[in-house]
Design a protein around this ligand. Structure first.
Ligand code: FAD
Length: 368
């Protein structure tokens, strides 16, 4: 494996590998240094949604960025599957958010309408009545008073996506160092020299920091603010069933192997990814309110994992002012944004003429 390349990517989660995929596809040489299982790894504990609705109500540029990402998803996944033979199980025929009180549903419609206006009308959501949603999803009943629907929402098998990306990057020539944690950075002229805890040294002209929560400590080493924080989510998994759900919702989905996954917690508990009985009971009880039959199923598994959150929940895409050539890339929807990170963010990283304008995601928005 090479120790010199055009780009070094720190972190081989979904964000790092999506970026690596884009850079390699553009003909650049790339090294990826990825840490160990002792690190928090959101890419291995997430819910697998490819999702637009509910995002960017006060930041239309983020809603537009998510829309662009999901529109590019089918081609992105088809390319990965063609190249690797790995089935990623993308289902993108729309998704729901269920509501159990009419006031919340009404205020959601107001938010959708405001956003739709800000996006020039391009926000093709629908609202389903209690009767419509029961027809569309026979499992729904109980307290559900209706649902919102967005046609490009969907879900994937996120672990298969990660595997396919890793394999595709390897085929394209990625030098992938696993179990190596970055500990020292030197920058002179226009070259970076990066050393890991185990003593591996690699060098490159550019560096992309995609270390998830690791950016809290690593960010300041490159002149970034290190503003990411953990937010815990817990996920429950039932026994496997034949297909009973036609589409995913933001908190309940049937995965390709048949189990139903349920998850809706957003907990500010620091660097703690343990499951708790109280949250698991709350998550199950909320799900049963809209799908009473879930109460008859056995839970077989659960886990907790930490989201990578910026102060306002939007991605941060920033080139370092102190060390030009070093970039920070972090977001809390790395599955949703995978396609656009590969295809569009990589154009920004290489300074292409047709790169998207990402200034709205700069770290400067957090200046005092
Ligand atoms: C419960 C939950 C549900 C979610 N659901 C969804 C969803 O439905 N849809 C969606 O789009 N997103 C979802 N997300 C968010 C998504 O999982 C994350 O946005 C994404 O995984 C972040 O990827 P990442 O590569 O930035 O971080 P990570 O996956 O955390 O990867 C960071 C990598 O950096 C490495 N690293 C850290 N420090 C160092 C170091 N010093 N040196 C070298 N390497 C280092 C780590 O080893 C790790 O491999 C969810 C997250 C959670 C927790």
């Amino acid at each position: 494996m090479q120790t010199e390349a055009d780009y070094t990517i720190i972190g081989g989660g979904i964000v790092g590998l999506s970026v690596a995929h884009g850079l390699l596809s553009r003909g650049h040489s790339v090294i990826c240094i990825d840490g160990t299982d002792a690190d928090f790894r959101a890419s291995r504990g997430n819910f697998g949604l490819v999702w637009v609705q509910g995002k960017g109500f006060s930041a239309p540029h983020y809603a537009a960025w998510s829309q662009r990402a999901v529109r590019e998803y089918p081609k992105f996944v088809a390319g990965l599957t063609d190249e690797t033979g790995i089935k990623i199980s993308l289902q993108q025929t729309g998704g729901y958010e269920y509501f159990t009180d009419t006031e919340s549903l009404k205020s959601r419609v107001k938010q959708f309408e405001t956003l739709k206006k800000a996006l020039g009308g391009d926000y093709p959501y629908e609202i389903l009545s209690a009767e419509d949603i029961r027809k569309a999803e026979p499992m729904v009943g109980g307290d559900a008073v209706g649902a919102s629907y967005y046609p490009h929402d969907g879900h994937v098998n996120p672990l298969q996506l990660l595997k396919a990306l890793a394999e595709s990057c390897q085929k394209k020539g990625l030098s992938h160092y696993l179990g190596e944690r970055l500990s020292d950075v030197r920058h002179s002229g226009n070259a970076f020299s990066l050393t890991t805890e185990k003593g591996l040294t690699v060098s490159s002209e550019k560096v992309v920091l995609c270390a998830g929560l690791g950016a809290k400590v690593l960010g300041p080493m490159f002149g970034f603010k290190g503003l990411v924080r953990p937010q815990r989510g817990q996920v429950l998994v039932t026994e496997k069933l034949p297909p009973v759900l036609n589409r995913p919702s933001v908190t309940i989905r049937q995965v390709n192997e048949g189990a139903i996954q349920i998850g809706d917690s957003k907990e500010e508990v620091g660097f703690n990814d343990q499951e708790t009985q109280s949250q698991m009971a709350r998550i199950a009880s909320n799900a049963i309110k809209v799908m009473p039959k879930l109460g008859q199923l056995r839970l077989v598994r659960s886990w907790g994992a930490l989201r990578v959150m910026s102060p306002d929940g939007l991605p941060i895409y920033q080139e370092s002012k102190q060390m030009p050539g070093a970039f920070l890339v972090t977001c809390h929807s790395g599955i949703t944004l995978a396609a656009t990170h590969s295809h569009n963010l990589s154009r920004w990283l290489v300074g292409a003429k047709d790169a998207p304008d990402l200034s709205g995601f700069s770290e400067d928005r957090f200046n005092d």
